[in-house]
Design a binder for this molecule. Structure first.
Ligand code: NAD
Length: 452
């Protein structure tokens, strides 16, 4: 995957501990050593070892059938390194049953390859059949997030809650498991993803899941947006990239790179939805995927903030995506089975000093996902959001040096993420096979301690 145009600022600590003297000093002093995370490359296997699978629930067997191209092992073999540990916890119905987690994971904790994966699959607690089951299923969250904090060398742990109404073959799980059990989820750590009961149809090719789809990405002239466009094109989509008129040259570069179409569009203009709908309907017959990525920061302590800074951030980051989604749906431009993907931020979860405007806008984005998911479901449209943590872009390169290094290190993966990490998560939501995935906010933050 080509790097995006904004490479961000040099990672001083990371470069130092990866140099020969740095490695020596870091191991002597017990300093944290960030792993070079394994990232997706076409043709490489999704994991660097077999999957050890355990648990006595209802999905372990179907999962093996869905992922028939993976190698599975049923019992721990001393000395073997596993690419992933997968535990089917849907059979856990009481507090006593939680000991199954201990029995499976305790002996296996040191047997993961670097950039290994832990995935626990449980039942959505609010939809369980009994009080005991609800309590036990809720416990999985604390377990998995804690495992994520203990894993070393770029390994990650996630929890997937599956609706109890999902069919026995659980096909709605497939896209989520393929994402989590691959290098595409390199910077997603300690997350909980809810999967509904809808059955999914696997794409003709998992290498080109977006073939035949029309995708719009706003704010795509640079940074995360430009990389989303690249990943969408890699996955087979026809891409329309939009950005403000002033970013025209950079936007054309992105469009050329991805063989897509550029559209000068200020997302805050009152006719943005109409313009987008007309443009895409005339040229492509409508839109399958819209990513509201355009975003700005105008930081100031609230006591010093002027109205302009407040309004511009709320307008670009929150009011515009809301108005555009509603406008596209009302005009029928967003097709049935469509995908809406919003970009929130960990600042919208934890809050951030100097970012009352930004924090409000990005928390509002989460509200948008909550409120619109049930409404859009009637039209077979899903809506989800990513909440990036520290991602290496022009936006984070502008942060003062000390804060920037702290932002990188204060996470389980001990580093900042790449724009491609956010883009891969968005591509997972965008997949036609992710129709059982709606209403989720997935942090792409290496399990940042901020807002944890
Ligand atoms: P960036 O500043 O590099 O790029 C943002 C793009 O949005 C720019 O090309 C800009 O021209 C465009 N844009 C701004 N206002 C617009 C408008 N009114 N209409 C159309 N386009 C507009 O930022 P980035 O770091 O790539 O961030 C992308 C998204 O990710 C933003 O929503 C941001 O809030 C979010 N985010 C970024 C990080 C990070 O660490 N970089 C962390 C959390 C969230």
């Amino acid at each position: 995957m080509a790097a995006s145009k904004s490479k961000g600022a040099p990672n001083l600590y990371g470069s130092f501990v990866h140099s020969a003297p740095g490695q020596f000093l870091a191991s002597k002093l017990g300093l944290p050593q960030p792993e070079n995370l394994r990232r997706y490359r076409a043709g490489e296997p999704p994991l660097s070892g077999p999957v050890l699978i355990g648990g006595k629930g209802r999905v372990a067997e179907p999962v093996r059938n869905l992922l028939s191209d993976y190698t599975f092992a049923d019992s721990l073999s001393q000395g073997t390194k596993y690419g992933a540990l997968v535990f089917d916890a849907t059979g856990i119905g009481s507090i006593e049953d939680l000991s199954q987690l201990f029995e499976f994971f305790q002996p296996a904790m040191r047997s993961l390859t670097p950039s290994g994966r832990v995935v626990v699959i449980g039942t959505t607690p609010e939809l369980t059949a009994s009080v005991d089951e609800q309590i036990a299923q809720r416990a999985l969250e604390g377990f998995t997030r804690s495992v994520a904090k203990e894993l070393l060398r770029g390994s990650t742990a996630q929890l997937v809650y599956l609706s109890p109404e999902a069919s026995a073959s659980a096909t709605g799980l497939e896209s989520t498991l393929r994402f989590l059990l691959s290098a595409k989820s390199a910077f997603v750590d300690g997350q909980v993803i809810r999967v509904g009961s809808a059955d999914s149809v696997a794409p003709a090719s998992w290498d080109k899941p977006l073939a035949g789809k029309v995708a719009v990405v706003t704010g795509a002239a640079r940074g995360i947006g430009a990389t989303i466009a690249e990943v969408f094109a890699r996955d087979g989509a026809t891409v329309v990239v939009a950005d403000i008129p002033a970013a025209g040259d950079a936007l054309s570069d992105t469009a050329n790179k991805v063989g897509g179409t550029a559209l000068a569009l200020d997302v805050t203009s009152p006719d943005a939805a109409e313009k987008l709908a007309e443009f895409c309907t005339e040229r492509f017959g409508g839109i399958d995927i819209i990513v509201h990525n355009a975003g700005i920061t105008r930081d100031k302590l609230l006591a010093n903030m002027d109205e302009g800074r407040w309004n511009s951030v709320i307008n670009v980051n929150l009011a515009a995506p809301h108005r555009i989604t509603e406008g596209l749906v009302a005009r029928g431009a967003l097709k049935e089975g469509g995908r809406v993907i919003d970009v929130s931020s960990i600042a919208g979860i934890a809050g951030n000093r100097g970012q009352t405007n930004y924090g409000a806008s990005k928390a509002g984005v989460i509200g948008m996902v909550d409120a619109e998911a049930p409404k859009l479901a009637e039209k077979g449209i899903t809506i989800n959001a990513v909440a990036p943590g520290f991602i290496e872009t022009a936006m984070t390169a502008a942060i003062p040096l000390g804060t920037r290094e702290a932002g990188r290190l204060m996470s389980s993966l001990l580093q900042g993420g790449q724009t491609v990490d956010v883009a891969e998560t968005i591509a997972y939501f965008a997949s036609p096979a992710s129709n059982a995935v709606s209403g989720n906010v997935v942090r792409v933050c290496g399990q940042s301690l901020i807002g944890a």
